[in-house]
Each structure stands twice: as C-alpha cells, then as structure tokens.
Design a protein around this ligand. Structure first.
Ligand SMILES: C[S@@+](CC[C@H](N)C(=O)[O-])C[C@H]1O[C@@H](n2cnc3c(N)ncnc32)[C@H](O)[C@@H]1O
Length: 397
C-alpha cells in the first residue's frame, strides 16, 4: 500500500505533523489508506532517536506501535554485534529487524525469521531499502525453521513476552518462544546462541535454567538497564560460572565495562569504611543489576559505606571506576545544627537517598533545598548506623 505514490506523498508532506490533529482534520486520504499513512508518520517520528539510520533512510515502512516498542535501539544492537562472530547467523525472532541488521554486518549468510506476516513483509521491504541484500527473510515459526536447519555458527533469539501487557516479567518461561524448551535443538544446530532477555528477569534463576552459558552481558544505555544478553557457547566446557559483563553505553561510543564471576563475588570479604574518605563512588546501573557489590570494592580497592547501600569511598581518585564519581565536600550529621550549616553551603542540590529513612521529596522539604545546581547530596547511613548527608561535587574524568 505504501508504495502507492499518493500515500508516499502524503507521508512526506505531513512527516513532522501532529498525528492526532491529522486524524481529526479533513485530509486527501481516508479510511484504511489514511490509517496506514498515519502509522508511517507516527512510526518515523518514534524512531528518530532510537534508530537514526531508519529515520534517515527513504521509503522505510513502519509497523504497528508494539513492534517498534519491542525492537532494540541502534546502540544496543551495535553492541550485540560485537559479541558474536562466524559465517552463518539465524535470527529466530526477527521482529522489526534491528538486531538482525546490525548482526548481519558480521556474517556472510544471514536468515531472518518472523511469524507475523505483516511484520515480515515490512521488514523484507526495509532490508532492501537499506541495501541489506544478503539477508534471507522467512515468514514462519522459529520452531519449524529450527527443525530443518543445517548447523549454523550463531543463533540469535529475542523472545517476545507471552502476554504483551507490559506487566512485570518473572521468568524465561513467560516468553515465546520458550528458550528453555529449545535448548537441546540449539545444541544440535548451533555453535553459539545469543539470547536477549529483559533486565527485569531474575539472573540467578535464568542461569539455573540455561546450560553452557559462557557470558552474561548486562547492558545499560546512559545508566538505564536495557538488556540482559546470555551467550551460550557449545564449543566451550560447561562451567556453571559464567563471566558477568556489566556494560554501560554512553554518548559518543563511550563505554564502561566491568566483569566478574558470581563464584568470586560469593567468596570476597568486603572492607567497610570506618570513616568517610575524600571521594565517593556509585557504581553504574549495569554493575548494580549484576550484583557485583563486593567484586567492585575489591577490584578498585574502595571501602563500602554500609552493607545495605552500594556506595563506596576512597582517598584515591579512580577515574576508571564504572559509575558516578564525586569529591566529598562535607559530611553532615543529620541533626539541627548540621541542617543549619547546610543552608550556608548551598540552597540548591541534586538529592539522592540510599539506605536512609526518608523519601527524596520529604527530605527536600525538610532541608528546604531546591532541585538542581552543582552540588550533589547523598543522604545515607554509615557503618555505625549514623545518618549523614554527604555534600559532594561531581567529577567527570
Ligand atoms: C522482541 S521482538 C524482536 C525484536 C527484534 N530483536 C528487533 O530488534 O527488532 C520478538 C518477535 O518474535 C516474534 N515471535 C514470537 N514467537 C515467535 C516464533 N515462535 N517464531 C517466530 N517469531 C516469533 C514476535 O512476533 C516478535 O516480532
């Protein structure tokens, strides 16, 4: 339908318009044609930041909202492509094809599989528009394609949520296809399998259910956890002790990485701070999601402030610490005299609560401090159970 010139022209003419106004006002298109054209305009507007390459490629087709929500961002797809290699790849749950398109840059033979016929048609068209002519597209069920598959180097699978309600995900079994059930066929048909899962999934449960896991990648984008990637490698020995790689992708291809193993984490005796030192460190979201609380303290030789807060302190500045870094300007006890003193230090601050009996809002009211500015205040509890405010300045390198 999109290829009809009048629809293409309509989309071009209204590409930056408000779609709600478009639908309400009288237009040169109507009915199904108008609905389809509006889906295109809305889709393109939605991917502007997430998928700039799609946004800038002419005559790309956009599917319904859900498929755009489910697809990876360009940044995380690009990162995924750095994790796998070989000659042949099959993406069993192709979706909008974002992951396939980036992974395809690393493989000579690439197959995209998608069960939804509309999505399959849209993506087959888009791959041609993007010059990705070496990708074969198949409209089928992953399970039946797998049965007839010859040995491939890499299988990629990004299962969909069974209910599509956006509700909280608890186990891999809530996804389709169910990768736990597919494990034996994976082992017969592939050297490695990269599985994309939601960061809301319980990692330890996933590791109990999956075999031959060599690496887990917890991927955050600008300090927000986006994906949990599990790399299953049948060419390596089963260890049940994978490397957990915590990755925070920043702007301009900046990347913070921290790797550890759950076995090591369990064995480490962490040092606690008897006093607050010169600098404060807060691990990024990927490190925290991975649970590397003790491993990070040991690797960077920093002291943890308290068992229930993941804040660390040191007299040495550690520019490569994966997370936020601060110089501590003042340590104030949480009492009337100190609160008075705070007013002389700053009237504006970014407030963070960690292991402290108050919400940000009520503490802000109590401190009478406006939001923003150059100062950062951490309200927290020390090892001796003293409640303190750490007034800090953020350090950027
Ligand atoms: C989370 S999306 C994939 C997004 C994709 N990685 C991307 O970046 O665009 C999952 C897709 O798997 C498809 N799917 C679910 N079960 C399937 C099955 N058994 N066989 C093939 N495709 C399936 C869904 O229709 C959905 O489009």
């Amino acid at each position: 339908m999109f290829l009809k010139e009048e629809i293409f022209n309509f989309v071009q003419k209204h590409k930056d318009d408000d779609i709600h106004k478009l639908l309400l006002s009288k237009q040169e298109l109507s009915g199904e044609e108008l609905k389809f054209a509006v889906q295109q305009i809305e889709g393109r507007q939605r991917v502007k930041n997430k998928l700039p390459e799609w946004y800038n490629t002419p005559r790309i087709l956009y599917p319904v909202h859900l498929s755009l929500e489910q697809c990876s961002s360009a940044e995380t797809a690009k990162y995924k492509a750095s994790l796998v290699q070989g000659d042949s790849l099959i993406d069993l749950t192709g979706g909008f094809g974002v992951d396939t398109s980036y992974l395809a840059q690393k493989f000579d033979s690439v197959v995209y599989v998608e069960r939804n016929p509309d999505l399959y048609q849209i993506v087959s068209h888009n791959f041609k528009q993007m010059g990705l002519n070496h990708i074969q597209t198949i409209n089928s069920e992953a399970e039946s394609v797998l049965k007839d598959l010859e040995l491939v180097d890499t299988v990629f699978i990004d299962p969909a949520r069974r209910d599509n309600t956006g509700g909280k995900l608890v186990s891999i079994g809530d996804c389709v296809p169910n990768v736990i059930e597919l494990q034996s066929i994976f082992q017969a048909k592939a050297k490695q399998v990269l599985i994309k899962l939601s960061p809301m999934l319980d990692l330890t449960q996933a590791l109990r259910e999956l075999d031959y896991v060599s690496h887990v990648y917890i991927v955050a984008l600008s300090n927000e956890c986006k994906e949990l990637l599990v790399l299953v490698d049948y060419t390596k020995e089963e260890t049940k002790n994978p490397q957990i790689c915590c990755v925070n992708l920043g702007k301009n291809d900046q990347l913070e990485e921290f790797s550890f193993s759950l076995n090591d984490e369990e064995r480490i005796d962490v040092g606690y701070a008897t006093e607050v030192k010169k600098y404060l460190f807060e691990p990024n979201a990927a490190v925290l999601k991975g649970g590397a609380y003790k491993s990070i303290a040991k690797r960077f030789n920093v002291d943890k402030l308290h068992p229930n807060s993941h804040l660390y302190t040191s007299d040495r500045y550690l520019s490569d610490f994966p997370g936020r870094k601060f110089e501590i300007n003042e340590v104030l006890n949480f009492n009337k005299t100190s609160l008075k003193k705070l007013k002389t230090i700053t009237k504006k601050a970014n407030l963070t609560i960690r292991n402290f009996p108050s919400s940000v809002d009520s503490l802000r009211k109590k401190l009478k401090i406006a939001e923003g500015g150059e100062k950062y205040i951490f309200a927290t509890t020390l090892m001796n159970e003293e409640k303190v405010l750490l007034v800090c300045s953020k350090l950027t390198n």
